[in-house]
Design a protein around this ligand. Structure first.
Ligand code: PLP
Length: 396
């Protein structure tokens, strides 16, 4: 039979407790100013601790209204790629909003964060002189960074997670003119932060560029939610002092992604990034809604404060014996170990009205299956208390 391996691979996946399936969410939060962090699956309501809607902005009436306004002004669809006739005023206005917000010269929109990462690494890695481009990636970098880098023509080295000493060593052995260091700002599965100031000075010292995937810190970190790079000293007119990528699909609560950089990289990507050139531009209505979301993120500091307050509450209520990765972000990883146990605990929590997906290999390393708790600005104190009570009961 053709493609016999499909059945075999699925059988292995099941036998290892790694089989993945989807659940249809019938409804998530309420369409009112008081959004709740809930989902309804199979008619049952759960408190959702697996959402990336960190600021609780999904379904916000003002964003919904902006979306409707965007539909009325521009239509749902861009109807073309950006280089043909798909680049609308809404896209331009969103790019300008992001440039001002992050103090970057230029910005480019992509249909997803995954696409933006693959586009950047493949396009930079297409040097005429094959092998003359070197990428240095934190070991815990997102799948899309790895896929983009390894499918490019560049040489790729990975350094141990947050191990800046090893990174310096690897860079010192590389005499290429084209070096790029890549890291997530806040790591998706652990919630800890990159040592960005150190990475920036290592990049400076070695004449390398620094690429930060800020998917999990945009909106959540920084005085106006500018993300983890807001702590960096870099001057915006310095050539590619750092390149920032972030998705709209998490704290920003719309969909799509941006890549902020200097003028020449921006032009290079417009001319050579196949994912940008040969793909329909993101919905202009969505771009319009995203501007409104960023406006709310800048204005509403209480959402970031609430995440910190609720995160502190959770750690204070959890039993000391529970192994939780230290984090200043929304993400709090409770390491369970093997897949089966992680699934079992997740099922136990479901019975108590808590939705907390078990994260298993290959998303995380073997033996580190975990419950990845996300604390969002629309959780209530009682939600956190209930979660802590149930986790203590299930794990101790
Ligand atoms: C670190 C990181 N980068 C990139 C992405 C991809 O972004 P998107 O969901 O917009 O494709 C994700 C998550 O989905 C992520 O966690």
């Amino acid at each position: 039979m053709a493609f016999e391996f499909i059945k075999q691979k699925l059988a292995v996946q099941k036998s290892q407790s790694r089989y993945r399936q989807r659940f249809c969410v019938q409804k998530s939060n309420n369409n009112s100013l008081e959004q709740e962090a809930i989902i309804i699956v199979d008619g049952k309501t759960y408190i959702n601790f697996s959402s990336n809607d960190y600021l609780g902005l999904n379904n916000h009436p003002k964003i919904n209204q902006a979306m409707q306004e965007g539909v009325d002004k521009f239509g749902v669809c861009a109807s073309s790629s950006s280089l043909v006739t798909g680049y609308h005023y809404a896209h331009q206005a969103l790019e300008e909003t992001i440039c001002q917000w992050l103090n970057k010269p230029k910005c480019l929109l992509f249909s997803s964060g995954f696409t933006a990462n693959v586009a950047l690494f493949q396009t930079l890695g297409q040097t005429l002189n094959q092998g003359n481009c070197h990428f240095f990636l934190d070991k815990l970098s997102h799948a899309s960074i790895l896929d983009g880098a390894f499918s490019s023509k560049a040489k790729v080295k990975r350094f141990a997670h947050n191990n800046t000493q090893q990174l310096s060593q690897l860079l010192s052995q590389c005499d290429s003119d084209n070096k790029l260091i890549a890291s997530e700002g806040v790591f998706s599965m652990d919630g800890d932060q990159a040592k960005l100031s150190e990475l920036e000075s290592i990049a400076d010292k070695n004449n390398a560029w620094l690429y930060v995937d800020d998917a999990h810190s945009i909106g959540v970190i920084g005085k106006q939610g500018q993300g983890s790079t807001s702590i960096l000293n870099s001057v915006s007119d310095k050539e590619n002092s750092n390149i920032i990528m972030a998705t709209f699909g998490k704290a920003i609560a719309t969909s799509g992604a941006f890549l902020a950089c200097d003028n020449s990289l921006h032009d290079y990507l417009i001319n050579f990034a196949r994912h940008y050139i040969y793909s329909t531009a993101i919905s202009p209505a969505l771009a319009w809604a995203t501007i409104k979301s960023i406006e709310l993120i800048q204005q509403e500091q209480w959402r970031r404060d609430k995440i910190i307050e609720l995160s502190n509450l959770l750690t204070s209520l959890l039993d000391d014996a529970i192994q939780i990765v230290p984090s200043d972000s929304s993400i709090h990883a409770i390491i369970i170990g093997d897949e089966e146990k992680a699934l079992f605990v997740s099922e136990q929590l479901k019975k108590q009205g808590i939705w907390l997906t078990a994260i298993r290999p290959p998303t995380v390393a073997i033996g580190t299956s975990r419950l990845r708790v996300t604390i969002c600005a629309n959780h209530k104190h009682n939600d956190i208390k209930h979660l802590a009570y149930c986790l203590n009961k299930a794990l101790i």
